[in-house]
Design a protein around this ligand. Sequence first.
Ligand SMILES: O=C(O)[C@@H](CO)OP(=O)(O)O
Ligand SMILES: [Mg+2]
Length: 427
Amino acid sequence: MDTRIERLIAREILDSRGNPTVEVDVFLKNGLSGRAACPSGASTGIHEAVEKRDGDKRFMGKGVQNAVHAVNESIAPRLIGMVASDQSDIDALMIDLDGTKNKGKFGANAILTVSMATARAAAASEGVLLAQYLNSDCYLLPVPCMNIMNGGAHANWQGSDFQEYMIAPVGAPDFPEAMRWGCEVYHTLKSVLKKKGLSTGVGDEGGFAPTVPSNHEPASLIVTAIEEAGYSPGKEIALVLDPASSAFYEEETYILRTEGKKLKSGEMIDYYQDMVGKFPIISIEDALAEDDWNGWKELTKKLGNKIQLVGDDLFVTNPERIRRGIDEKSANAVLIKLNQIGTVTETIEAIKLAQNVGWGTMVSHRSGETCDSFIADLTVALSCGQIKTGAPCRGERVEKYNQLLRIGEVIGKKTSYAGKSGFKYHT
Ligand SMILES: O=C(O)[C@@H](CO)OP(=O)(O)O
Ligand SMILES: [Mg+2]
């Protein structure tokens, strides 16, 4: 079978927030093809690879015609004839053609989407799932961390300061049951909110986003919902937070608007210690801001043997920043987002780097998504054991969970569920 690239086309499509994003089709000489679409963040880290936006009047400046043009005019002619499974060569060539350190010439949204679509085309040629193409020996299904209450930038700053409150059904026997438990808690939470007269409108990732008086309140509402749904908080379903604190960090101060508090790094750490004592929290992401390296070290000293501490904006899926974090013992886990770094090859490198030192790896969607479910396959292929992809509602989120159900079905009996072992630091 001739798996060389015959043609590739990029176009502008829409994401879940009504913003344009890049979609790419890669066609091979054997008649098979692969398609991928790029997600987009709202609480983006300042060290992420560049997402190229047009900045003109179309879509209020948010168009991606320049990135589309970069694929069609600059990248496509150079990739034609290359073998689709030569992923690392293809990614290296695109990095080289771009020539910048942060993919600023073509845009990570251009480069990544080609990279993902190429992997898909190669998987189609082998007639296997993308997960199996990336690793023929994969069987571990992740704990789905479902973000059921949204705040921060994802709820237009109308709810909590903290951005994400997730439930992790660590005690479920298998992945489908974990999803069922999560959905039941999600529906129960809706009635808990209704009973309290709180809004059941949802944020960007499908979680409820009512106005709340503190950052403890959503955790407390979720614990009530877990209990009312008939599960045991902590043992069966634990809490996972992403405060996304870079978004409320100004002049070396963490500003908790809902509580009228202004905290220094050390005080913010105390705040988390107190919260971990009160709620069944097993993981906190971006507890501190993206360049508060000293704070992260202190945080890891104090909480790192108890819970998982995940760097998102801190590491931006960048092997260089992850290496620094490992050397300085700044965290014990990394969040993985393909478009923060911009190629499949570099994303896999980032995951392996973290796994080699025993860190947790949680694969993540972005707040702006499409129905592309690449991350579901990637999570299984690399045995990451954890995925966060929003609430079990909204098509673009559910599609990832549904793909994991399909992967489980194809892998069949050999499948296992990460459960508690998915979180190395769960006490
Ligand atoms: O902070 C995060 O982890 C992500 C995804 O939940 O949000 P965004 O895509 O807006 O950066
Ligand atoms: Mg985050």
